[in-house]
Every structure is written in C-alpha cells, then in structure tokens.
Design a protein around this ligand. Structure first.
Ligand SMILES: [Zn+2]
Length: 236
C-alpha cells in the first residue's frame, strides 16, 4: 500500500498587483489538471482519517491513496481551492500556523507576496465544509531554530487553540518549512506528549504503508510545473 500526500500552498489567486511571480501559486486550471492526472494514474483521494489509519490500521488504506494538503491557511483557499475540491468531491487538509490566524504570512516577508490568512470565521466555515484543519505549529518558525521548551509551546499551543475554537481533534502537524530539526528523540517525545500522531515533512515521494516513521511523512511539494508522474515514481 502507498500513501501519497500532496502539498500545495496557494491555488488560483494571482499575486497582488506589483508583486512578483511565485512558484507557490498554482492556478485553478493547473490544479484541476493535476487532480485529473492523479486520478488517471489510479490514485484514490482520501481524507485525513486515512492518514490516521496509516498509523493504526494500515491494512485499511487503499493501495494508491492520495491525501491533498494545503499549507499556511491562506484565505484565498476558500474562494479558489474549495470550489474545485467540491466539484471533484474531494476532502482535504489545511495546515494553519495559529499565531497568524486573521493575519498574514509575515514570516515570508521579502520572499513571497503578502497574503491574508484565514480568520476564525473562515476556518469554521471551511471546517463545516469538510476541510480538516490541522496544525502548522504556532509561530511558523523553523523547528531547528527552537529549543525543546519552544517545541512544546508550539505543539501544545497550536493544538489547543484549534481544538478550542473548532471542537475537533488536532493530531497532525506539518512542520513549518518541512523542518523537523532532524527529528531528535526529545522532539519525538514532545510530539507524542502533545497528542500528535502524524508529522508531515515537505518534499519527497509517496510513503509506503505501514509508515516507516509516523513523524516523518513525506509530501510531494507541488507547484505549477511539477512533473507528477516523476514524483509519484519516487519512494518516500
Ligand atoms: Zn508554511
């Protein structure tokens, strides 16, 4: 069994006027074509429960399962990606850095156009629309730059805020920048103690199921020019 986790950032919305081109924007048309390419290659889009099942009940995971994930919680997701996902009837996961809810991607300043991040009302609407809202830590700082106390704050803080507001379990994290600090044992312990069951990297190919390491799940880093068939041929 194989579980591919697709990782997108911004669908559709053009960068604001005066801003530069960014690889992290995928137009709606290209996004739809990529979804069609996955489907015609025989991948079945699954929801977040299948990622959990890859840990607890790997035999229940379809042979070519595909989970769609979106990082940073951009407000444009609701107007661009969501209608496409609804047309395909596909579930998805949105990873949100909780300190920036209702703000913007200030951590990307000078590197990416400024974009609004969902506020709590937006997240509630997406949650009610069937999008799983999960953790992208709190501050969006790279874990390799943080102390173990700071890891704990990021892990607990983001989980508690999302669970309090959305009344839904949060047990999956996408590490900011895909940086897992090379997964030292104390981060592994902090993840388990904070209730996380899966940690997602950024980059790599599909994961074999049962997962080799539930805290180091590879994700296909997708942009407008991605060669999906080549990425799917890689191993985790
Ligand atoms: Zn991010």
């Amino acid at each position: 069994m194989t579980l591919a986790v697709a990782s997108y950032h911004k669908i559709g919305a053009e960068p604001p006027p005066g801003n530069w081109e960014s690889w992290y924007y995928v137009s709606e048309l290209v996004f739809e074509r990529q979804l069609e390419e996955f489907a015609s290659a025989g991948w079945t889009v699954v929801g977040v429960d299948t990622l959990r099942a890859a840990v607890d009940a790997p035999e229940s995971v379809p042979s070519k399962a595909l989970l769609l994930t979106f990082d940073d919680g951009y407000r444009s997701f609701g107007s661009t990606a969501l209608p496409v996902l609804q047309r395909f009837d596909y579930p998805a996961v949105l990873f949100v850095p909780t300190d920036h809810i209702g703000g913007s991607n200030v951590w990307d300043r000078d590197e990416e156009p400024e974009e609004a991040i969902c506020d709590w009302g937006d997240l509630r609407y997406l949650h009610e629309s069937g999008i799983a809202i999960q953790s992208h830590a709190a501050s969006h700082r790279a874990f390799s730059q943080l102390s173990s106390d700071e890891w704990r704050e990021e892990l607990y803080g983001s989980r508690c805020r999302l669970e309090d507001q959305l009344c839904s379990p949060v047990d999956i994290i996408a590490y900011p920048y895909g940086d897992d600090a090379a997964m030292p044992e104390d981060l592994r312990v902090a993840l388990a103690n904070a209730g996380y069951r899966v940690g997602c990297l950024y980059g790599g190919g599909p994961n074999s199921v049962p997962l080799v390491d539930q805290y180091r799940v590879s994700r296909l880093a997708l942009g407008p020019d991605s060669d999906i068939s080549m990425m799917l041929a890689q191993s985790g």
